[in-house]
Ligand binder design. Structure first.
Ligand code: MSP
Length: 638
């Protein structure tokens, strides 16, 4: 029997239109599903919309329409956008779907009967943006840190779920299952939350205040709290209460979320499942935020980056490529048109697209559009391709999609170098057989790269493969990414550039609101100028050492300079540094920094400077290089 991979996105609130942030998780789920299919697994990809609760009721009221009419409209926009991004969910679920409403009521009834629900009164700080009560500790200056709004104080009688009872069980479960929540930083964050006592979860809202929700099955005066309702969508979609086969999916499920909704997914959800007698999910994979101009992309931050105009300019696959390549799962990433255009032009137009054009043009001119014969023995590119193919499963299990993409581009770059070194255009005149072999090898490397990038750019890579005479649909990595599958004599089509170059000025003229707001330095050349290369001997002449800052003082009549006294292990030194605009004198004392210890002493503004400190600079930001852990001053750096 085929193994199964079930992947979910959060179901999105319909109070805002889809934007780059929500598109990211949906594309990520689609790309992961496609990679798993390539590995031979049966996949099920779920996304949808979260349609109940205060937030939605208020958004509908603000437009003067009934909630049902409102949710139908916005949910429809999500549903119709996803296919335009080449994302193909197996089910698009809505929390207003009848099978979901029924399942929520079944589970509530079950948990109630097992004695984990009670009636009580509670007062707390409710953030409508998060749709949950925030603890005092979570507030920053009295506000919700995610939505920058002051939560409402809500006190009322409600039903409560005895979540606190299961706190020790959850801690043990997380310890016993190291890959339950990943990456580790989020697992640690959850264990951190769980060091504080957990409150019980308020799971109802009185109908007198909110009618837009699923009725509580055992008390008609209340509707279900939106998170208790929403999380259960992951079970509805696989037919938990309708068929026995749900378990096959459940055992392999991976929930994808951003860090904003870690607490409901990592705490409420496993406890709800456990209380209902269901094994917790398999994996929770947490990614960071896409930021735009230093703020999270979202409607509430005033920085929604709309997908539709981007799709018009760039098309789905190129956007998918940028989003998958430029986010390392777990960390935040930055969006701007400049970065998007740089990425497309350098990786896709220059490296990948150019290779295809050069190759197909030479085959057209010299071999009548037919793929020439391979060499008797495959060369170095075949080995590079084979080791990359063998590494894919490992990268996939570590969620290193950016590495799969980068390594594939390295294969393409190596092929371009091979092409340049062998100069098949010259060989065409002197040694046609060898010319054909070079073209065959380059085409084969490009084909394998296209197979590896297919999950990221399904339309573009299908087109590339078909131009190389190897059209494929549902294929397996083990069968397709094998060197030598291209058939000599197959028809190779040269056509328009697969990835036309894009000028950022043209896009920015149409979408000025999406500019980074600052001019980015041009991307560095592919390889450094040989004149600027250092030999190892030259580099080791620079003595780098750790130093501890003992005191810091401003230098009179300058805005930038500070005078630091530092301990460098075998004595004290004075260093003058231009960091006054970035660090206060008090914040520096005690820091362990990195200094160049064998620089000729000099005088700056009359002050002796016996060394230089190292700092990283990007745009207007400057940060000092420090050490990852405590280490005595004077330690050498290699
Ligand atoms: N309705 C809840 C989820 C319930 S799941 C049972 C919700 N909806 S949401 O519309 O606010 O979507 C939040 C999710 O959208 C994030 O967890 C993430 O998947 C995605 N993102 C929204 N903005 C994003 C960024 N700026 N960056 C990365 N992901 C983004 O919470």
């Amino acid at each position: 029997m085929k193994s199964v991979y079930y992947v979910t996105t959060p179901i999105y609130y319909v109070n805002a239109d889809p934007h780059i942030g929500t598109a990211y998780t949906t594309i990520l789920a689609d790309v992961l599903a496609r990679y798993h299919r390539l590995m031979g697994r049966e996949t099920f990809f779920l996304t949808g919309t979260d349609e109940h609760g205060d937030k939605i009721a208020r958004a509908a009221a603000a437009q003067g329409i009934e909630p049902q009419q409102f949710v139908d409209k916005i949910s429809g926009r999500f549903r119709s956008l996803w296919p335009q991004l080449n994302t193909v969910p197996d089910r698009f679920i809505r929390t207003t779907d009848p099978d979901h409403v029924r399942l929520v009521q079944t589970i509530l009834q079950r948990i109630c009967e097992s004695g984990d629900i009670y009636f009580g009164e509670y007062g707390g700080h409710y953030c409508t943006g998060c749709e949950r009560f925030l603890t005092e500790k979570e507030l920053v200056d009295g506000k919700c840190p995610d939505h920058q709004t002051v939560p409402e104080f809500v006190q009322e009688k409600n039903y409560f779920f005895r979540m606190s009872r299961y706190q020790p069980w959850l801690v043990d479960y997380i310890h016993a299952h190291p890959d339950f929540i990943r990456p580790d930083r989020y697992r640690n964050e959850v264990l951190g939350f769980l060091r504080e006592p957990l409150d019980d979860l308020c799971i109802s809202r009185p109908r007198s205040r909110l009618t837009w929700g699923i009725p509580i099955p055992f008390d008609d005066n209340f509707v279900t709290y939106v998170w208790f309702d929403a999380l259960l969508n992951y079970l509805t979609a696989i037919g938990y209460d309708r068929s026995d086969s749900w378990i096959i999916h459940w055992e392999s499920v991976e929930h994808l979320i951003a860090k904003d909704i870690l607490k409901p997914h990592a705490i409420y959800w496993p406890i709800m499942l456990h209380a209902a007698g269901i094994e917790p999910y398999r994996h929770l994979t947490v990614h960071g935020y896409w930021n735009f101009r230093d703020s999270k992309i979202s409607k509430s931050s005033g920085r929604p980056v709309d997908v539709t105009p981007l799709l018009r300019f760039f098309g789905a696959d190129v956007l998918r490529y940028f989003l998958m390549r430029d986010m390392v799962i777990g960390l935040d990433a930055t969006f701007s048109i400049e970065m998007l255009v740089n990425r497309i032009n350098s990786d896709l137009a220059n490296d990948l697209g150019n290779l295809l054009s050069r190759l197909s043009k030479l085959i057209h001119n010299n071999f009548n559009d037919r793929l020439p014969e391979p060499p008797a023995h495959p060369g170095a590119l075949a080995h590079q391709a084979a080791s990359l193919v063998a590494a894919i499963e490992g990268y996939l299990s570590e969620r290193k999609l950016h590495v799969i993409i980068e390594e594939t581009l390295q294969l393409i770059r190596a092929t371009n170098r091979y092409f340049d070194a062998e100069a098949p255009w010259a060989l065409a005149k002197t040694d046609k057989k060898r010319c054909g072999e070079v073209l065959y090898e380059s085409a084969e490397a490009l084909r394998i790269a296209a197979v590896l990038l297919y999950p990221v750019m399904p339309s573009k890579m299908a087109e590339l493969l078909s131009r190389l005479g190897e059209p494929v649909e549902d294929f397996l990595l083990t069968e397709t990414a094998v060197w030598g599958r291209l058939r000599a004599g197959a028809r190779v089509e040269s056509g328009d550039p697969l990835f036309p170059r894009i000028e950022s000025d043209t896009v920015l003229a149409a979408l000025p609101e999406l500019s980074a707001g600052k001019v980015l330095p041009p991307s560095p050349p592919a390889s450094p100028d040989p004149e600027s290369l250092l030999s190892i001997e030259e580099f080791t002449r620079v003595q780098l050492r750790t130093a501890k800052i003992i005191s810091a003082e401003r230098i009179a009549e300058t805005e930038k300079l500070l005078k630091l006294s530092v301990d460098i292990g075998d004595g004290r030194r004075q260093i003058v540094a231009g960091i006054a605009e970035h660090y206060s004198t008090e914040s520096l004392v005690g820091k362990t920094i990195v200094v160049v210890a064998n620089l000729k002493p000099t005088r700056l503004r009359g002050e002796l400077s016996e060394g230089m400190l190292l700092a990283a600079k990007s745009g207007g930001k400057l940060v000092l290089l420090t050490t990852d852990e405590e280490i005595p001053p004077g330690a050498t750096i290699r």
